[in-house]
Write a protein that binds this ligand. Structure first.
Ligand code: ACM
Ligand code: ZN
Length: 292
């Protein structure tokens, strides 16, 4: 990374299909959440192997990586994805869901309806506890809280979520997501850190001084920069390096798309739609490589 002058390693450590970081207070995150019974072999998900798969980074391994990166001027930003992409958490601690479960660590990719319950105070306690251990491992000022792809189906049906919407005077489930993200951002702020999230965190109102990672296109990034929020541009159409680069038949199974290297290099992060005086809010680009 240093050779290519990349100075930030954004480390997506949690997913529906596995929780990959040791947290002492919640041993089942790795005891249960780091293991699944099989893996998707084709796209769309029609065949699976039946090979148990899993593992996680110990705290010592994480510190080793952070230190190795630091010596090469690379900041490691950890991502704990929430409230969606959390089936591995919910498999381990189903009480953090809206329905109570049970859940399985996911064996395929995609967007899941089961997400963390935003109406349950236990959820916020869990997140703060995880942050306390996470921040000891990662000196980065910026911490990624995910925020992407969290359907509202369960929240609409959940008495706790509906009660939270009522008690907080929120309009709907989108404002509940905004409430959730703001509260999580405040937890980080109180600990001297700063939140970044995928562009969905803008829905229902963007939290004060949150940074935005624009991935579903440039729209979120353009809007955020106009609102004087710092932005990292990583639109799928240019920056998802896990897409096919050549003929799909010649490449291993992946998520799809088509993104040849020439197109990646052609990317101009300072969209003409961002006014000149807001250019400084675009702090960089990021190439995403979703994998295990
Ligand atoms: C994402 O690719 N779901 C951020
Ligand atoms: Zn709920």
């Amino acid at each position: 990374m240093a050779h290519y002058k990349l100075n930030v390693f954004h480390w997506h450590l949690t997913e529906d299909a596995g929780w990959r970081i040791e947290i002492d207070k919640y041993p089942l995150l790795t005891g249960i959440g780091a293991w699944r019974r099989g893996t998707q072999l084709a796209r769309p998900a029609e065949t699976f192997d039946r090979l148990p798969h899993g593992g996680y980074y110990t705290k010592e391994q994480i510190r080793d990586i952070v230190s190795y990166a630091g010596k090469r001027n690379i900041t490691v930003i950890p991502e704990i994805d929430m409230p969606g992409h959390t089936l591995a958490v919910l498999a381990a601690y189903p009480e953090l869901s809206c329905t109570g479960g049970p859940f399985k660590v996911l064996e395929h990719w995609g967007i899941q309806k089961d997400v963390m319950c935003a109406g349950n105070e236990q959820t916020y306690t869990f997140i703060e506890d995880v942050f306390d251990e996470l921040l000891e491992m990662f000196p980065s000022e910026i911490i990624h809280i995910g925020g992407d792809e969290a359907p509202k189906d369960r929240w609409k049906e959940c008495p706790k979520c509906q009660e939270k919407i009522r008690a907080e005077g929120l309009k709907d489930e989108h404002e509940l997501q905004s409430y959730f993200v703001k509260r999580v951002g405040k937890l980080l702020q109180d600990k001297g850190r700063k939140m970044i999230g995928w562009d969905e965190i803008m829905e229902g109102g963007l939290a004060e001084n949150a940074m935005v990672m624009s991935w579903r296109g440039e729209e979120g990034g353009i809007e955020a920069a106009k609102m004087h929020h710092e932005v990292v541009m990583t639109p799928t159409s240019y920056m998802y390096l896990d897409y096919y680069q050549g003929t799909p038949e010649a490449e291993p199974i992946n998520i799809g798309g088509n993104l040849p290297l020439e197109k990646v290099y052609s990317y101009e992060p300072l969209s003409p739609r961002i006014p000149e005086e807001n250019h400084r809010y675009v702090v960089g680009v990021q190439g995403n490589l979703w994998m295990e």
